[in-house]
Design a binder for this molecule. Structure first.
Ligand SMILES: Nc1ncnc2c1ncn2[C@@H]1O[C@H](COP(=O)(O)OP(=O)(O)OP(=O)(O)O)[C@@H](O)[C@H]1O
Ligand SMILES: [Mg+2]
Length: 413
């Protein structure tokens, strides 16, 4: 939350001011750096023809807005003039959170930016990016220009990419798991052969049937977990106990690499998190697969969860909202990375994995980055060449309390 901003205090609310397009034009005209000066009509034409929705806001009241903003929202042109912009947001709480983020960005960097969902006249919400800047940074009361871009198409492409990447991750796991599956089938076959021999001994047959039943259950659990993870479709935010998510993911990962020793330690009273189960599993799985691929022969992975409180004055070299978080730490004893590699690992298509060994597409960590960012979290990495790596995933704790028992809601658990 930005400095000087308090949720329930009207006086302290950041004010986004409003100015007529004419005023903007005159400000631009008077700028000593401008080579081209625009008159009011030209300025109006530029604003009207912009593909983005542009509005001017004073003290949370929308003044002028271009036609595209009205088209995007489904309102009749000019019908929102003088209305409080809160009507575009699903809740007062959501609105205040967004307002605080934008104000913080404007005060700190000159531009506020947030990715969120806003609702149109029909009540349906869509994904968008909002950018805002004060008309006059020295006098915020003069208002702000707000630029809204519809990102729903981009979001849908991102989801498709995540789904494709998830299938790749399953492909990597399947290699190890198919071995397990084969063992199960061999076991079933063994019991069937013994049943044929002992065809008249009822007791023995019942014991073989029991064993076959157990093996079938194990196989069903294995496929169920993969199918549950592979499911695509709608992403759903729910309240999650990350300890359970880690356990579920490890159950899926472990059979694929039995040569790796995995150590787990969980914080007992871990804060709850709002998130999408399948996406968080994907984050963990991608990092676990990378850790396993970083092992030359065999090695160890340490998975740990803990609560975290980030102070207003924190040590992170990037912008982080203070507050309660949970941290999942995944440490491996693999080959590690030099600083040059570390700087690039989240770039899409960056991979050091060669053909022959495993052809890396370089999409695992960029997907992780996107998902963690969408959950308003962040990720840090520490590593040294030859000395393993640690990935810390931090996600904000939820303030909503009802807990779903994931184990009951996950296929074949
Ligand atoms: N635990 C790790 N230890 C050492 N290097 C790592 C580790 N995790 C990631 N890296 C480095 O980061 C690069 C990018 O990882 P990323 O998961 O995005 O792609 P990839 O694993 O190469 O390919 P893909 O995940 O698409 O199969 C890797 O190629 C590797 O160089
Ligand atoms: Mg990878």
């Amino acid at each position: 939350m930005s400095q000087g901003y308090h949720k329930n205090s009207a006086e302290n609310k950041p004010s986004m001011g409003s100015l007529e397009p004419r005023r903007i034009a005159s400000q631009i005209q008077s700028s000593p750096f401008d080579k081209i000066s625009l008159n009011a009509e030209q300025m109006q034409a530029v604003l009207t023809s912009s593909p983005a929705g542009i509005g001017i806001v004073t003290g949370q009241i929308l003044g002028w807005a271009n036609e595209n903003l009205y088209a995007m929202l489904g309102y009749e042109y000019d019908s929102l003039n003088g209305k409080n912009i809160q009507i575009l947001f699903p809740s007062q709480w959501e609105y205040e959170k967004i307002l605080a983020t934008l104000t913080k960005g404007m005060e700190k960097y000159g531009v506020g930016m947030v990715e969120t969902r806003i609702s149109g006249k029909d009540g349906l919400s869509f994904d968008c990016q909002i950018r805002s800047s004060f008309m006059d940074r020295q006098a915020p009361e003069k208002g702000a220009v707000v630029v809204i871009t519809d990102t729903s198409e981009l979001k849908s492409l991102q989801i498709q990419l995540q789904q494709a990447q998830k299938m790749e991750a399953i492909g990597v796991l399947a290699g190890g798991i198919s071995h397990d599956f084969n063992n199960i089938l061999m076991g079933i076959q063994g019991h069937l052969s013994l049943m044929r021999i002992n065809v008249n001994a009822a007791e023995k047959i019942s014991s073989h049937i029991h064993q076959i039943g157990k093996l079938v259950n194990t196989a069903a659990e294995l496929t169920g977990r993969l199918l549950g993870f592979a499911r695509g479709g709608k992403y759903q935010t729910q309240i999650l106990n990350i300890n359970e998510v880690v356990e579920l993911t490890l159950k899926m990962f472990k059979p694929s690499r039995k040569d790796i020793l995995i150590h787990e330690s969980f914080e007992k009273e871990l804060h709850l998190v709002e998130g999408d189960l399948s996406q968080i599993e994907q984050v963990l799985l991608n990092i676990l697969i990378n850790a396993s691929q970083a092992m030359v022969e065999t090695g160890e992975i340490f998975v740990n969860t803990q609560n975290l409180f980030i102070q207003e004055r924190h040590q992170y070299p990037f912008d982080v909202n203070p507050g309660r978080y949970i941290m999942i730490s995944i440490k491996d004893t693999g080959i590690g990375m030099d600083t040059h590699t570390q700087k690039k690992i989240f770039d899409p298509f960056f991979s050091t994995k060669k053909i022959g060994d495993h052809k890396g597409r370089g999409l695992g960590l960029s997907t992780v980055f996107g998902i963690v960012k969408n959950h308003s979290g962040f990720i840090t990495v520490t590593s040294k060449k030859g000395q393993g790596s640690v990935f810390n995933i931090c996600l904000p704790a939820s303030n909503n309390l009802p807990v779903k028992d994931l184990k009951k809601n996950t296929p074949s658990s």
